[in-house]
Design a protein around this ligand. Structure first.
Ligand code: SF4
Length: 294
């Protein structure tokens, strides 16, 4: 990866950003598996050419700094800290690094930086999946991991909002807990098998033929359906589905429904491989997925 420093940020930021990951053939990290297969493969293929500016990586660096502080804590009698484990999975190696495992409580702990919105929306499926895989891996090497927790540091927390809003996280640090059953571990194995099968098929394909990341993987905000009236510039009403828009138009009037495609937030702001993705070039940059009336 090529690291630039357009805003002349101090040298420690730059050296932290330059700590690079070396991709081993046939080895995939848990965090890579949580992304779309297209993104994962493009990132590996073009790693040497991907350019990122230090200013774009500050939250990543903040997360690393939080880890560095917590790393200083001495391991307790029953604790395993910051261990990278690798297990064979079919023709591949699955590699994962958790922050802390306590063999007495059987709990994996992971520290994360997050937005308060993640807590407000209760949007934890990605965390759950990641920690379930760590527990699965620990079980494969002989530990009896049964649950997990994320200690989340909320980077945009507002003390003022915490005082006046009922559903707002009261403190800038929150713990989210998960318990896993045998059925969860069986499902996890099926999920990993399907993912590696998808990767094996995708590795043989050229860049432009890789399966497009799903709307969920692209953090797509969802299509909207605007009821329009001829001669009026703004929509009468914007709804979340075609059915709702048709229903609304039949009850309230309007001349046509305009489909407004959702925004691919991941492609726009967070995908390091976007430059090498034809979906990004054609649909996001050139806007070939623009609004159309039906
Ligand atoms: S730009 Fe979007 S579609 Fe392309 S690899 Fe990245 S996330 Fe996937």
């Amino acid at each position: 990866m090529i690291i630039t420093n357009k805003f002349n940020l101090p040298a420690p930021f730059v050296s932290l950003a330059q700590r690079d990951y070396i991709f081993e053939p046939n080895e995939y990290r848990v965090t890579s598996l949580l992304k779309g297969v297209r993104e994962t493969i493009l990132e590996r293929r073009h790693h040497e050419k991907i350019e990122r500016d230090v200013s774009d990586m500050v939250w990543l660096l903040f997360g690393t700094a939080v880890h560095a502080v917590l790393e200083r804590h001495e391991e307790g009698e029953h604790e395993l800290k910051e261990e990278r484990i690798k297990i064979p999975f079919g023709n591949y190696i699955l590699s994962g690094q958790f922050d802390l495992y306590n063999d007495k409580t059987k709990i994996v702990t992971d520290y994360k930086t997050a937005s308060v919105w993640k807590i407000i929306f209760g949007d934890f499926e990605d965390w759950r999946r990641q920690l379930l895989i760590y527990c699965y891996m620990l079980r494969k090497i002989g530990f009896d991991a049964q649950g997990a927790q994320v200690v989340a540091f909320l980077k945009d927390h507002s003390k003022r909002d915490a005082k006046i809003k009922a559903d707002y996280p009261p403190y800038p640090v929150q713990t989210v807990k998960f318990t896993f059953t045998d059925a969860d571990f069986a499902e996890c194995e099926e999920w990993l098998t399907a993912k590696f099968k998808e990767i094996a098929a995708a590795e043989k394909l050229p860049d432009d033929e890789l399966p497009i990341c799903t709307p969920e993987e692209r953090f797509n905000s969802g299509d909207k359906f605007a009821v329009l009236r001829k001669g009026r510039k703004t929509a009468l009403r914007v709804l979340d589905s075609m059915e709702e828009a048709k229903q609304w138009m039949s009850e309230n009037g309007g001349d046509e429904i305009q489909v407004r495609p959702g925004e691919d937030k991941k492609c726009i702001d967070y995908c390091a491989a976007c430059e090498f993705c034809n979906y990004y070039r054609e649909k996001v940059v050139n806007g070939n997925g623009g609004s159309k009336a039906v």
